[in-house]
Design a protein around this ligand. Structure first.
Ligand code: FAD
Length: 438
């Protein structure tokens, strides 16, 4: 990279605009392109770009203290788990406070990004214009491209993915309907609990391949994510203590009429909901096994159970997608794997950075704020990457550290233990600065 590099940032969700702020603080020139007419990405309800999965009742699962930006704390009177409108307002305030709005080009999509023979990036915009950059930051989010399972047979009723669910009445009016919600992740639990109110659906069935541990948002009156084990504690011990605390706090899932999980707590990305447990225990929703096939008005499950239903809501997650790359090397593989060094760098392409591309527990909101420290140091030439072999060794080690506790599934390929990751990043920046000065 030259001495005065110019960077392109794709996206002005929280990952894009916090990276923009850091680059600007470091005196690095950039252009940030945002497809929508405002910042906020997923947290901009009814985002005209069609990429927000916010539903009217959505409250963030991450507590305020864990999600806030370190250089822009949330106001003291915030609730523990803010509504999505407050999160969007907070993002807009951040952007205004740091004077970033005028540095973002709105209503402009990056349609294509390709490496030129001299290793720079050529970016084609939806305006038809092409520009060249020394480096590219991809902050396009990874909760917008729905993953919808296919089953044999036909279903007579309505189907939708949780991505398009806005309320029990939109886009499908589910009052008095028999609804099957597929999945037991966070959106599935929220939507199933909401629909299962007696004044809304006639009945709700939740279909899943396996039982999950449903974790309450609070433990002993405190947001549970505030009580996570500290990163200095050996991982094995931290996991043992956390699992014990969860079991004594929530008890067995069968006590609520839910299927017994085939794994330990925290071996899957946490599914968090107070409401869901109460609704299950109240008999307002029923769990059934995975769907095997569809037969007209009926949903047939793996154990032979037949559910006559009017609507299926697929809360079955998302794919990582980078539609602006033609290069196959810059796409995840068929197992949804996309290994990156420190979840930022694609080995061999060292002027390309991914921001916010992780399923970090307890939050993704301020993940890129942390990553941008390393990104800015690298663009400025103050941080140097390790050699190829060392990079592979560290990637394998990190993968064991962050993915080791989870069962193997495409859902768990980009998990991160946030606190441990942030500590590692700090160390990596120090080590990389030494490499740069050597
Ligand atoms: C229902 C739901 C609940 C969630 N709850 C939590 C939670 O409790 N805690 C948590 O930490 N996270 C949660 N998340 C995860 C959420 O993705 C992150 O909080 C956050 O939105 C990630 O920000 P981002 O900037 O990486 O991506 P996004 O918010 O998706 O923003 C990406 C931006 O990039 C823009 N963009 C994309 N492609 C282009 C292009 N080609 N050209 C120009 N612009 C482009 C988009 O328009 C968008 O504005 C939740 C997600 C969902 C779907």
């Amino acid at each position: 990279m030259g001495s005065d590099p110019v960077v392109c940032i794709i996206g002005a969700g929280c990952s894009g605009f916090t990276t923009a702020k850091r680059l600007r603080d470091a005196g690095i020139r950039y252009d940030c392109f945002e497809e929508s007419d405002d910042v906020g990405g997923n947290w901009y309800f009814d985002n005209p770009n069609g990429r927000s999965a916010c539903y009217e009742s959505l409250h963030i699962d991450t507590s305020t203290t864990r999600l806030q930006f370190e250089d822009f704390p949330a106001e003291g009177n915030w609730p523990d788990f803010p509504h999505h409108t407050l999160i969007h307002e907070y993002f807009r305030d951040y952007v205004e406070h740091f004077g970033l709005r005028e540095t973002i080009t709105f209503n402009t999509r990056v349609d294509n990004a390709r490496r030129t023979p001299d290793g720079r990036w050529e970016v084609r915009l939806s305006s038809g214009e092409s520009r060249q950059y020394d480096a590219l930051v991809v902050a396009n989010g990874h909760h917008w491209d729905p993953r919808t399972p296919q089953y044999p047979g036909e279903f007579d009723g309505a189907t939708l993915h949780s991505h398009s669910y806005r309320s029990p009445f939109s886009p499908v009016d589910m009052r008095g309907k028999r609804v099957v919600v597929v999945g037991m992740g966070n959106s599935a639990l929220d939507i199933a609990a909401e629909l299962s109110h007696r004044s809304i659906a006639e009945h709700v069935w939740v279909s899943a391949r396996r039982g999950v541990w449903v974790l309450p948002k609070y433990r002993g009156g405190k947001p549970a994510d505030k009580l996570m084990m500290p990163p200095w504690m050996p991982k094995k011990l931290a996991l043992r203590l956390a699992r014990k605390a969860i079991k004594s706090n929530v008890g067995a899932m069968q006590d609520y009429g839910l299927p017994e999980p085939d794994h330990e707590p925290l071996s899957a990305h946490p599914s968090v909901s107070i409401d869901f447990l109460a609704k299950a225990g109240s008999g307002d929703l029923t769990c059934v096994p995975a769907i095997e096939r569809l037969e007209g008005p009926e949903v047939v499950c793996a154990d032979g159970t037949k559910v006559e239903a009017d609507v299926i809501v697929f809360a079955t997650g998302y794919k990582m997608s980078f539609p602006f790359f033609d290069d196959r090397e810059l796409q995840p593989d068929t197992e949804h794997r996309f290994p990156l060094f420190k979840r930022i760098f694609k080995p061999g392409v060292d002027n390309l950075y991914f921001a916010g591309l992780a399923q970090a527990s307890p939050t993704i909101v301020n993940l890129a704020e942390q990553q941008s420290k390393l990104i800015a140091a690298h663009v400025a030439g103050e941080y140097r990457l390790p050699g190829a072999a060392e990079m592979q060794r560290i990637m394998a080690q990190d993968e064991r550290k962050h993915l080791g506790q989870y069962y193997n599934t495409p859902r768990h390929t980009i998990q991160l233990d946030f606190a441990r990751y942030v500590r590692d990043l700090r160390r990596e920046i120090v080590v990389g600065r030494k490499r740069a000065t050597r």
